[in-house]
Design a protein around this ligand. Structure first.
Ligand code: SAM
Length: 289
């Protein structure tokens, strides 16, 4: 029996590939709007709480957002505790800014999001991620295209750049380009780290984005690695971040003692996951070659 969908309620679904889809029973369609950049929808559901989609694709839900936001943040921080100045590109839901804001050692966070409506709607419907945005004076919100912003950023500006982008289609496409990575490299300090949304190794569409990002980062940075995490509501559930750095290696330079001395409560990230996430299955290593 594959009649797993409880009856009653409305079904939201997203195609994961031409023959596979994720379907979620929703209790309410909270909001629908077309911004100048994308279609934005917010839903309420029993299992995933409130979630929102951009152009029909799952972005953030209350149940598994912690996985993504902890993993985009803590790996770099535990590698270089001296990170002070951070740039987030995208990340309109605020989850990445919330997580990086937990470090008292961070002095300034620029968050460059192309679509102000994503931020405003998340502040209204998803306080779990966006509630932090107007409480932390270190966060500066800038509503502009990340591609343009980074072009005009002076050299050596940031210690850490977190690319929390959508897939390489629509407004997110440029955030996977060679030009964008070149400018990120330039805008990073001598010991700077770039973490990027690196797509998934599973379905063909994402594999293409993953390979392209990996190839381009490899052309620029001396240290380029990929790490994985389990994201139940993203296609296949198996997703990657890229770790590219001018100096630090996330395994050799992991500062376990410092990170553990912070006594930070996390639900996914810990010092062993930090190491384990870089141990890739053979099929993923094959695709990276
Ligand atoms: N975790 C999510 C995922 O991978 O599905 C991504 C979350 S976040 C909502 C992605 C954000 O990137 C969106 O709000 C989108 O508006 C923003 N974005 C897309 N292209 C952008 C660009 N060129 N410059 C700045 N922000 C961009």
């Amino acid at each position: 029996m594959n009649n797993y969908m409880p009856t009653g309620g409305i079904e939201w679904s997203q195609d994961w590939d031409p023959t596979t889809k994720l379907a979620i029973k929703v209790t309410r369609h909270l909001h629908a709007e077309k911004s100048p950049y994308q279609q934005i929808d917010f839903f309420e559901s029993e299992t995933y709480g409130t979630f929102f989609t951009l152009d029909g694709l799952m972005m953030v839900n209350e149940k598994d957002e912690f996985v993504y936001h902890e993993m985009i943040t803590h790996v770099a921080m535990a590698t270089n505790p001296n990170i002070k100045k951070v740039l987030i590109i995208g990340g309109g839901d605020g989850g990445t800014a919330r997580e990086i804001g937990r470090y008292k050692t961070i002095e300034h966070i620029d968050m460059v999001e192309i679509d102000e409506r994503v931020v405003r709607l998340c502040q209204q419907y998803l306080p779990v991620t966006a509630g932090h945005l107007d409480k932390d004076e270190r966060i500066q919100l800038l509503f502009t295209d990340g591609l343009e912003f980074i072009k005009n950023t002076p050299d050596n500006t940031y210690d850490l750049i977190l690319v929390d982008s959508t897939d390489p289609i629509g407004p997110g496409e440029g955030l996977f380009s060679r030009e964008f990575y070149n400018n990120c490299y330039r805008a990073l300090a001598e010991d700077g780290i770039l973490i990027n949304q690196h797509e998934s190794p599973y379905y063909d569409f994402h594999v293409h984005g993953m390979k392209r990002a990996h190839l381009r980062l490899n052309e620029l940075f001396p240290v380029v690695k990929v790490y994985q995490y389990h994201m139940p509501t993203y296609p296949s559930g198996h997703w990657l971040f890229g770790f590219a750095s001018k100096k630090y290696d996330p395994l050799k330079d992991q500062n376990r003692e410092w990170w553990e001395s912070l006594n930070m409560t996390t639900r996914y990230y810990n010092s062993d996951i930090h190491r384990g996430a870089f141990m890739l299955p053979n099929f993923v290593m094959e695709k990276m070659k």
